[in-house]
Design a protein around this ligand. Sequence first.
Ligand SMILES: C[S@@+](CC[C@H](N)C(=O)[O-])C[C@H]1O[C@@H](n2cnc3c(N)ncnc32)[C@H](O)[C@@H]1O
Length: 202
Amino acid sequence: MESEKFWDARYREQPKSWGDDPNIFLSQIDLKGLSSAVDLAGGNGRNSLWMASQGLKAENVDISSVALEQFLDRAEQREIADKCLATQADAINAKFQLTPELLVIAYLQIPADQFEKAFHNSLAQVANGARVFGVWHAIENLEHGYGGPPSKEVLVSEGQLRKLTEKYSWKDLKIENRNREINTDDGLKIAIDVVLEGTLSS
Ligand SMILES: C[S@@+](CC[C@H](N)C(=O)[O-])C[C@H]1O[C@@H](n2cnc3c(N)ncnc32)[C@H](O)[C@@H]1O
C-alpha cells in the first residue's frame, strides 16, 4: 500500500522519469517469433510500448494505477492500444492476463525476499519455453555507478540472480553486469546494471 502511494505520487509529479525509449539492453534482443510479453513493473510503459510497436501483445503489470493510466494514454497516442493490456497488481502475487512468451522485468527494485516471490510467481505463469529478460541497478552501482536507488537492500547482484534461476532449466542463460551510458548536464555518466537473458527449456 505504501509502495503504491509512493509510486502513484512519483508518476504524478514526474511522468517523464524513464523517457520514451525502451531500455537499451532490451532493445538489443531479437523479438522474432514472439507474440506476447508481460512487462513486470512496467511503469508508464516505455518497454511495453516498444514491444507493442514491434507487434507483440504487451501486458504491463505494475503496482501504480497512475503509471498504468499514463501507459494506456501513451498507447492511445501511438495508436497501439489494441496491443496493450494493463494489470494493476503487486509483483509478489500478480495474476497475469496473458501466458507470455517473453517476460520482461526492468528495474523492479524491491527487497530481496519480495523480489524472490515476484520472480517465482512470474516464472510460474509464462509459456513453455518462454524467454526471460531482466535488468536491474546492480549492487556495484551504489559505489561505482551513476543514479539508481541509494539503498543496498533493493539493489540486485549476479549471485542473487544465479541462486534464483538455479531451480529452473534453461536452454541458455546469461547473467552479467553491463555498463549503461547516460548523457547528463554534467557530461557522460556510467550506470552499472545487472542483466539476465535466458530461454526456459520447454
Ligand atoms: C524504476 S521504475 C521502472 C519502470 C519500468 N520498468 C521502466 O523500466 O521504465 C520501477 C517500477 O516498479 C513498480 N513497482 C514497485 N514495486 C512494485 C511491486 N511490488 N509490484 C509491482 N510493481 C512495483 C513501480 O510502480 C515502478 O513503475
